[in-house]
Structures are given as C-alpha cells and as structure tokens.
Design a protein around this ligand. Structure first.
Ligand SMILES: Nc1ncnc2c1ncn2[C@@H]1O[C@H](COP(=O)(O)OP(=O)(O)OP(=O)(O)O)[C@@H](O)[C@H]1O
Ligand SMILES: [Mg+2]
Length: 530
C-alpha cells in the first residue's frame, strides 16, 4: 500500500504539480516514504532536496539543520524561502492548514502569496507538500492542490515493526519471545488497521505486560485495536452472534448473500469474479434489516464494523473529512470485514440542505468514491427506511451490488419468525398452533411478531400454571396494532418505489401461492401446515 503512495507522489512531483497535500497523522512514516521516493531510481535524473517546515523550527534539512540563513518560522517567511529557492526541492510543510483558515489572521496574505507562487512552481522541479491529518483547502486554491492519501501500513511493514521490536528485546533475559511462523502471521493480521505507531505501541504493551511475546498475545493486540477503533468515535466493533438461522424468511436475500461469500475466495478471483462490494437493504421498519446486516458478518465469520455516519458529520468543519478517511482506511485495514452503515438516510440528512456548507457533500463524495474504487474486500451493508432522502448517486450500480427491498413477512415467513422467537425462549414450536398465529398476524413485522411472543409469555407468567399456550399468542396478536395498519399509506408508497428499483428480499405471498420457494429458509416453515 505504501508502494502506491510513493509511486503516486513520485508521478505528481515529476509532472511538476505545484502543491500536493498528504493526508495522514503518521508524520515519521510519511517522511520516510518521501525520503525513499527521493532516493529512488526514478528521481535520479533530476535529484531534489527535501526541506521540512514546522512552525516551531522553520525549514530544516533532513539532518535537522536550519535551511538558509534567514528565519523561516513564520508561514509567510517560509513561502518567501520557497519562492527564492533556485534549485529542485520538495518543501514539506507539517500542519500548514491552520494558517489558511478563514479565521487565521494572515490567511488572505498567505493565500495571495500561494497563488503568486503556483505559476512559478508549475512544471518546475519544486513542489510544496502539505502534510496534515486534516484535509482543508481554501476554495481559491482548490484547483492547484492535489490530494494524496497515505494508506495504513501493508502487511510487510507490520512485519518489520515486529522484527524490530523482537530484535530490541532479544538480549533482555527477562523477556521470552516464542514466535513460530503461524504466530507471526496471526500477530501481523491482528495489527492490520492500525497506524505504524499504534501497532508499535500495541506490541510494546503486550511485551511489557506479559514479559514476552507469543501467539497468545494476539488477543491483547486485538483488544488494543478495538480500543483504538472505538476511540476514533465513528467505527464500532460489534459482536455478531446470530447467523442466518436466526432470521425468518428473506430467503432470496440469504441465497444471494451466500453466493457473495464465495466471491471473496482466491478461487473466485481466479475465475474472474470481482470482490463483492455491498448491498443496500431498504424497507419496512422492524422486518430484519439491521438483523441481516449483523447476521452477514456472523455467517461469513468476518469482523463487523458499525459505521456511525451521523458522528462523522457531527464533528467540526474540516475534521469530518479526516474522520471519514480515517474510518474508511481503518475498515480497509481490518478487511476482509463487513462495514455496516445503519440508517443511512439519517446520517446523510444534512447533505445539500441549508446548513450544509459543502463539507457534508464533499465528505459524502469521499464515501461514494471509496465505494467505487476500494480494492480491499470490505463488504458494505447499508440499511435505510426512507428512500426519498437518499441521494440517487448512491444507488447507482458500481457502488453497491444490489438493492433489496425487505417487505413485511408472508404467512409462511411469519410462522418461521414465530418459531425462531419461541425457540429462542426455550419453547418447542411444535407445542403450538403456529399456523393459526401466523394467519392471525397479517401485516405484522418481525419485530412485532417478537413482541407477540414476549407479551404472550408475560400473560402466561401471570397465570397459576405458568404455561404458554396458543391462546396467549393469539390474544397478544389481537392486542397489537401493527405499524403497517397505522402507517399504511407510507408503506404503500415505499412498496411502489421498491417495485421498480429493488430486488425483493423474500418471495411474496403470490410467489408462494404459485409454488415458488423462498430459498432455503422456508424449509422450516413448510413443516407447518398453513
Ligand atoms: N425476519 C426476522 N426474523 C427473525 N426476527 C426478526 C425478523 N425481523 C425482525 N425480527 C426481530 O425484530 C427485531 C428488530 O428487527 P431489526 O432491527 O432488524 O429491524 P429493522 O428492519 O432494522 O428495523 P428499523 O427499520 O426500525 O431499523 C430483531 O432484533 C428481531 O428480534
Ligand atoms: Mg434497523
């Protein structure tokens, strides 16, 4: 991954791009890679020096010595230094973005200075590099600044980190290192998704706390990773417990998802299949969209990352871009994984609205581009209730593989859902007239069916013999007014939209009447005579 960074940056530098901004919080690693670029064969025809600027030290060379005789600490002095420098060089600015903010006292002057400088730099062997964790470009300079992301380390870089640490502690008699090839592999895998210094810290912590390093430390590295991901505030490791067997109905969706899982293997790659990208689940509330998102991860045995889009946008201006990038690169680092974006329309609510200064739209653009261009196997499962609020570009093919509509369960599926929830509460479904309850619950969602079971249990618990009977279930069903009845009109609109825009997640009542089977899932339901 770092190779592509060096290659892309090299291309821009050689092509004479005036300003390249590198988004990363890993300053040391970025510097090493830039140094690697400058030492590389491709730069040898026209060598360039490297000067590094920070507000505390001004410009220094790689040895840390001040560049030139003048003070270059103030941003305008630094730009004057660049303007006057006669030879080929890269000028790396650490954290230059605060000085270009609207609120910064000299921002207008600096922007003018930069705009005067850009034509001189274009096509010349001098390039400004801005290195910061935040993407912030004043509108006046948008056209002249190119953005390059520094991706998280690749596997071999984590391996180097591990080798270096092991080398350091080797001579320490109180530390025992016991690593075979499998343990090394497992540790390196556990590190994926961390920055280099985060990985260094996680490994060092494991060594210190256990006086050694072995395959058993994978758990503590994963815990550390979970912490770090949690701290980012946007992604959340979620434990996925139930697999597809805990979902009633939705057979067509399950079959489709089963096929996609095969698509992650090397064999599928050799066969010519692309990595599966993702799926959008739209539909009626309480019918199992969120449940499915979680079940995909459990069924595929992949980590589940829940992405809180709302929090990305809740941040300060400028920060949201960085957060989005960070979240996506963490997801890529953890890949193969499932990235679950729940209630997408809520996260996107601010886009294009009156309060949107363009940031929300840009951040959303970052997500769209990533969805289209991602090379790592991150499978996106997005869920939404209200499609009218979803930007149409999201639904374009190429970003997601399919949009499924999750409708109310059919009679057969209701039976299946009831059985799942009874079994979950240690009741044997064969003790009840499930068919009768399924018929009595037309228009109920999965969540409402679960409520029927729970309410019936409460009722039974209140009686002397404390035995759940079919009667209790039927009574409970009578007392609940399903959302489909109270919000019938809204649901009809949604259904009409879905008819032309989505694939159905489950067979419909009429499909079933025509003898069509709803995937594998209805095997259980067919046991019941409906
Ligand atoms: N098809 C189903 N099979 C089994 N249980 C279900 C099903 N659908 C819903 N449920 C039950 O209802 C609960 C709520 O469902 P879930 O959160 O997945 O709905 P949702 O479609 O995401 O709704 P919302 O649009 O309100 O977010 C689940 O935790 C589960 O217990
Ligand atoms: Mg949900």
């Amino acid at each position: 991954m770092s190779k592509s960074f060096v290659r892309d940056l090299g291309t821009y530098v050689r092509a004479g791009y005036p300003i390249v901004t590198i988004i990363s919080s890993e300053e040391d690693r970025a510097l090493e890679l830039i140094d690697e670029l400058l030492r590389g064969k491709e730069m040898s025809k026209r060598p360039r020096k490297l000067f590094v600027w920070s507000v505390s030290r001004g410009f220094v060379d790689l040895g840390g010595r001040p560049a030139g005789k003048d003070d270059t600490r103030r941003p305008e002095q630094a730009l004057a230094f660049v303007a006057a420098y006669p030879e080929g060089a890269l000028f790396l600015f650490k954290d230059f973005h605060p000085y270009l903010r609207d609120s910064a006292p000299n921002a207008a002057l600096l922007i003018r200075q930069l705009r005067d400088l850009v034509p001189e730099l274009k096509g010349s062997p001098r390039t400004l590099l801005w290195l910061s964790p935040v993407l912030q470009i004043p509108p006046e300079l948008q056209k002249d600044v190119t953005v390059v992301d520094l991706p998280l380390p690749a596997e071999n870089e984590y391996r180097q980190v591990l080798d270096r640490l092991v080398e350091q502690v080797k001579s320490n008699p109180t530390v025992t290192v016991d690593l075979d090839e499998d343990a090394i592999d497992a540790i390196v895998k556990a590190c994926q998704g961390l920055t280099r210094s985060e990985a260094e810290n996680a490994l060092a912590k494991a060594i210190v706390s256990r006086q050694g390093l072995s395959g058993r430390d994978v758990r503590s590295i994963l815990d550390e990773k979970e912490q770090i991901i949690r701290k980012s505030g946007i992604l959340e490791y979620t434990a996925a417990v139930d697999n597809f067997s805990g979902i009633g109905g939705l057979g067509q969706l399950k079959t489709w998802l089963r096929q996609r899982n095969e698509g992650f293997s090397q064999r599928a790659r050799d066969f010519g299949l692309p990595n599966p990208r993702g799926v959008m689940l739209v539909g009626v509330p309480g019918c199992g969209k969120s449940l499915c998102a979680k079940a995909v991860a459990a069924e595929w045995q992949k980590p589940l990352l829940k992405f809180d889009l709302g929090r990305v946008f809740a941040g300060l201006v400028g920060e949201s871009e960085e957060r989005m990038r960070k979240a996506l690169s963490v997801a890529e680092g953890v890949a193969p994984c499932v990235l679950w974006i729940d209630e997408l329309e809520k996260g996107l609510a601010g886009i294009g609205g009156s309060g949107d200064s363009g940031v929300a739209t840009r951040v959303f653009g970052t997500l769209l581009t990533w969805m289209e261009e991602k090379t790592q196997p991150v499978f996106v499962v997005a869920t939404a209730n209200d499609i009218s609020q979803l930007p149409p570009e999201l639904l374009r093919k190429g970003r997601l593989d399919e949009i499924f509509f999750v409708d109310l369960p059919t009679t057969r599926n209701r039976a299946e859902i009831l059985m799942i929830h009874l079994a979950r509460r240690q009741r044997s479904p064969t003790d009840y007239d499930i068919a009768a309850v399924a018929r009595a619950t037309e228009g109920f969602s999965g969540a409402e069916l679960e409520e029927v079971v729970i309410n019936a249990l409460f009722e039974a618990y209140d009686e002397k013999d404390r035995t759940l009977k079919t009667e209790h279930l039927l009574n409970a069903a009578r007392e609940i007014i399903p959302l489909s009845r109270s919000r019938a009109r809204q649901m009809e609109t949604l259904r009409q939209w879905a008819a032309t825009n989505c694939r159905m997640a489950a067979a419909t009542e009429s499909d079933e009447a025509a003898g069509e089977q709803d995937g594998l899932s209805s095997r259980r339901a067919r046991l019941v005579d409906l």
